[in-house]
Ligand binder design. Structure first.
Ligand SMILES: Cc1cc2nc3c(=O)[nH]c(=O)nc-3n(C[C@H](O)[C@H](O)[C@H](O)COP(=O)(O)OP(=O)(O)OC[C@H]3O[C@@H](n4cnc5c(N)ncnc54)[C@H](O)[C@@H]3O)c2cc1C
Length: 392
C-alpha cells in the first residue's frame, strides 16, 4: 500500500497547486485505509452500512463543497473532483453518494430560499441528513422534461402523486429533491422521506454501483408545506435539475477517472506477478498494450476533468460543455479500461476474487447516468459544428 507521500508524488502532475496535491493525498490515504478494504463487501452485499455513511459525514467529506457559512468545507470544484476520483477509485457506490448528496446541496445553495438554505445546508454539511435526487421515472429517463409525477397546491400545502425510479441512495436518504409536474410545468419540491405516503423499495441485482441503495420511490398523496417548493414553479428541469446534473456529470467524470486508476493499479500488480510462458505477463507485448491504453486514457480523461474543474472555479460558461466532454471521455474510457483489466486478469478477471469484475459493472453505469453516452455525443457534435464550422 502506498504511503501518503508516495501518493502525493503520484498525484502531483505539475498542474495542481500544493494545496490540491495535499488534499488529494489526504483523500487517497483515507480511501486506501477505510474504503478499499470494504468495497468488495459492499458490492457483494448490495448494501452500505449506516456507519459508513456516518463516517463520510463525520470526516466532512459529504459537506466538502457546501459553503463554509453553512458548516461545509467550502472547497473549490477541483478539490471536489479530486475527492470524487479517489472515492471512485475505492468504491463507485460511495462516490455516487457523494454525487447525489452534493447535487442536492448545490441546488439548495444556488436556488434555495434563505430559510431553506438555513434549514437544510448545515444538516447536509454534517452528514446528519443525506439527500438524493428523484428525477427519473419508469417511463421517463433522458427526456426529463416529460416527468409524470404530479404536484398540486392544496391551501398551504403541496401534494405529490407519482413513482420515481433508480434513485441512488433513495432507500436511505432523509431528503429527496423531487421533480414533479405542476400547472406551470416541471417543478422541484423538497420531500422528507419520513413523510406519510413516501414508500421506497430497494432495487437489487444492478450491474454496478450495487451498494448504492438505489430505490423505487412511490409518492402517494404526500403532503409537504408549500415552502418546500424549490426555486420557481415550472423551472424544475431547466434550472434546478440542470444545475444538479451539471455538477453530477462533473463528479461522475472524476469518478470514472478513479475507476481507470483502480483498473491500472490492479492490472499492473497482476501483470507483475502472473507468469505464463516462463515470464511475468508484463513481458508480453500485447499485455503491455492493454496497460498502455489504460494509462493513456487515464491521463487524457484526468486532464479533461481538470480543465472542466478549473473552468468551473473560474465561472467560465465553457465549464458546461467541458464537463460534458470530460464525462463522455472518462466514462467511455472507464468501460474500455475495465474491460481490458478483466482481460489482463484472464479467468481471474471473470471471477469475483479480484475487484476488476466490479470495476466493469461500475464503469458501465457511468455511461448511463448523468446523461447517457449518446446524449453527450449529440450535444458534443453541436459544439464541434459550432467551434469548427467555417474552418477550411
Ligand atoms: C445505477 C443508476 C443510478 C441512477 N440514479 C439516479 C438518481 O439518483 N436519480 C435519478 O433521477 N435517476 C437516476 N438514474 C436514472 C438515469 O438518470 C437514467 O437511467 C438516464 O437518465 C437514462 O434514462 P433511461 O435509463 O430511461 O434511458 P432512455 O432515456 O430510455 O434511453 C435508452 C437508450 O436510448 C438512447 N437515447 C435516448 N434518447 C436519445 C436521443 N435523443 N438520441 C440518441 N440516443 C438516445 C440512450 O442513450 C439509451 O441508450 C440512475 C440510473 C442508474 C442505472
Amino acid at each position: 500500500m502506498s504511503t501518503t507521500l508516495d501518493r502525493a508524488r503520484a498525484v502531483d502532475d505539475g498542474l495542481l497547486g500544493s494545496a490540491h496535491v495535499a488534499a488529494c493525498a489526504g483523500f487517497a490515504e483515507f480511501v486506501d485505509r477505510r474504503v478499499v478494504p470494504i468495497a468488495d463487501d459492499l458490492h457483494r452485499s448490495q448494501y452500505t452500512p449506516p456507519q459508513v455513511i456516518d463516517e463520510l459525514g463525520r470526516r466532512g467529506l459529504l459537506g466538502l463543497p457546501i459553503p463554509a457559512e453553512y458548516g461545509g468545507g467550502g472547497c473549490d470544484a477541483v478539490t471536489l473532483g479530486l475527492l470524487a476520483a479517489e472515492l471512485g477509485r475505492g468504491c463507485s457506490s460511495l462516490r455516487s453518494l457523494l454525487t447525489v448528496h452534493t447535487m442536492v446541496a448545490h441546488v439548495l445553495a444556488r436556488w434555495g430560499s434563505r430559510a431553506q438554505r438555513e434549514t437544510w445546508l448545515p444538516r447536509l454539511a454534517s452528514g446528519e441528513c443525506v439527500a438524493a435526487l428523484a428525477l427519473s421515472e419508469p417511463e421517463v429517463g433522458s427526456d426529463a422534461t416529460a416527468v409524470r409525477t404530479r404536484v398540486e397546491r392544496d391551501g398551504d400545502e403541496l401534494v405529490l402523486h407519482g413513482h420515481k425510479k433508480w434513485i441512488t441512495y433513495g432507500h436511505v436518504a432523509d431528503l429527496l429533491l423531487v421533480v414533479a409536474r405542476g400547472p406551470e410545468g416541471p417543478t422541484a419540491v423538497l420531500v422528507e422521506r419520513s413523510r406519510p405516503g413516501v414508500r421506497t423499495r430497494l432495487i437489487t441485482g444492478m450491474i454496478g454501483i450495487r451498494a448504492s441503495m438505489t430505490a423505487d420511490v412511490h409518492l402517494d398523496g404526500v403532503r409537504v408545506p408549500a415552502d418546500h417548493l424549490l426555486g420557481r414553479p415550472g423551472l424544475g428541469t431547466t434550472q434546478i435539475a440542470g444545475t444538479a446534473l451539471d455538477l453530477g456529470r462533473y463528479t461522475v467524470a472524476w469518478g470514472s477517472v478513479g475507476i481507470i486508476a483502480a483498473c491500472l493499479g490492479a492490472s499492473v500488480a497482476y501483470a507483475d506477478t502472473r507468469e505464463q510462458f516462463g515470464a511475468p505477463i508484463r513481458e508480453h507485448q500485447l499485455v503491455r498494450r492493454l496497460i498502455s491504453d489504460m494509462y493513456a486514457d487515464y491521463h487524457a480523461s484526468r486532464l479533461l476533468c481538470l480543465d472542466a474543474g478549473v473552468r468551473r472555479d473560474r465561472r467560465d460558461p465553457a465549464a458546461l460543455p467541458a464537463a460534458s466532454l470530460a464525462k463522455y471521455t472518462a466514462s467511455t474510457a472507464a468501460v474500455r479500461a475495465a474491460s481490458d483489466a478483466v482481460q489482463v486478469h484472464g479467468a481471474n478477471g471473470c471471477g469475483s476474487e479480484y475487484p476488476v469484475q466490479r470495476y466493469l459493472g461500475d464503469a458501465k453505469v457511468m455511461e448511463v447516468i448523468e446523461g447517457t453516452t449518446q446524449l453527450h455525443q449529440v450535444g458534443l457534435a453541436d459544439h464541434a459544428f459550432h467551434e469548427f464550422g467555417g474552418f477550411k
